[in-house]
Design a protein around this ligand. Structure first.
Ligand code: SD4
Length: 343
């Protein structure tokens, strides 16, 4: 697999919604509707992310996300408009609306990130309604039972191997590969939404990143998604970037912050995304399961999407219709053999 040349960035002149993975279409529809009703970019980004969290038909963040190794789903999310306008929650296990909760942390507290029991107490005090029972669905419960059985059959961890579970590359797209109907098992765990509206006087860029994290993770594990600068970064003077994939790889390079800082220095979004991916590829022992993908949107409307390897797609809405297509560029570091059905 050769490295693909990065394509030029496509400047957008008007409002736009850009999201990750093919199921981002659910987010884009809700976000666009919110923009059309006069909502701010932040209103739209939160509405988009929440639509995915709330949608029981999509095996998704929120209800139906894959649980951790103990069988419990935990959610992480953050929202951002500017360095002084950001908030997040992590390790939330009883409330499905992580994106809305993250916004409340930003708007109602002096803090940036609330975790676990504290985040849940804040949710309760803020009038959020806990989800009845747990956040599992029949499908995610079955997937957990299968995973436990397979793990027991495999005889556990190899001697010397570190603890933790790497999901298959691009596991997020299994729902789409199953035709979007009756997914064989829960498939995606993160949606990132960037919104730009140059026609408003307030903040013209906003972003949200929300996830149930990696499936079957060690209980307590928190990835990049709710951490400002890792899963998401937005600065009105430079641009917005957000990441999905193996959080541990994104965190080691401060992926979203790095992309925005590169754009601040004059790099195009495609160059910025490419540089972050090259940094990841050069600093980690990349495994066959690893994937990292990013979308970036500059304040002037230039944007890009890219991934470490093929199989990532984004959704773009600039009007009533939606474009869902593969990432514009894939780094595909030399030496990788693409897994069947993921290219
Ligand atoms: C995490 N980055 O928790 C998230 C997972 C993800 O699509 O993005 N999955 O590491």
């Amino acid at each position: 697999m050769q490295n693909t040349e990065y394509t030029p960035d496509w400047p957008l002149s008007g409002p736009a919604v850009l999201s990750t993975w093919s199921f981002g279409r659910v987010a884009n529809a809700a976000a666009w509707e919110t923009l059309c009703k006069g909502g701010s970019p932040l209103d739209a980004a939160v509405a988009g992310a929440s639509a995915v969290e709330d949608d029981p038909r999509v095996d998704s963040v929120g209800v139906g996300g894959l649980p951790d190794a103990s069988g419990r789903v935990s959610l992480d999310a953050c929202v951002m408009e500017n360095p002084d306008r950001c908030g997040g929650v992590c390790y939330v296990r009883s409330y499905a609306s992580a994106a809305r909760l993250a916004r409340r942390v930003m708007e109602d507290t002096i803090h940036v990130l609330l975790a676990g029991d504290g985040a849940e107490a804040f949710a309760k005090a803020s009038g959020f309604v806990p989800h009845a029972e747990d956040l599992l669905t029949g499908e995610s419960r079955d997937a957990y039972a299968r995973w436990k059985a397979e793990r027991a059959a495999a005889g556990g961890r190899a001697a010397g191997a570190k603890m933790g579970v790497l999901p298959p590359m691009n596991v997020e797209e299994r729902y789409a590969q199953a035709g979007g109907e009756g997914s064989p098992e829960p498939s995606h765990d993160t949606v990132c939404v960037l919104v730009r509206n140059p026609q408003v006087s307030g903040h013209q860029l906003a972003g949200v990143c929300t996830t149930s994290g990696l499936g079957f993770k060690i209980p307590g594990r928190v990835g990049d998604s709710p951490i400002i600068g890792h899963g998401l970064y937005v600065d009105q003077t430079a641009g917005a970037a957000t990441a999905t994939g193996n959080g541990e790889l994104i965190m080691g390079v401060c992926g979203s912050f790095l992309a925005v800082e590169l754009m601040r220095q004059g790099r195009t979004p495609a160059e910025a995304v490419g540089e972050v991916l090259r940094r990841v590829a050069s600093r980690y022992a990349i495994q066959p399961e690893h994937q990292v993908a990013m979308i970036a949107l500059r304040a002037d409307g230039a944007w890009a999407s890219g991934s470490l390897r093929p199989g990532f797609s984004h959704c773009l809405t600039t009007g009533p219709s939606l474009t869902a297509e593969p990432a514009h560029s894939a780094l595909a570091p030399a030496g990788f053999v693409l897994l069947p059905g993921t290219a």
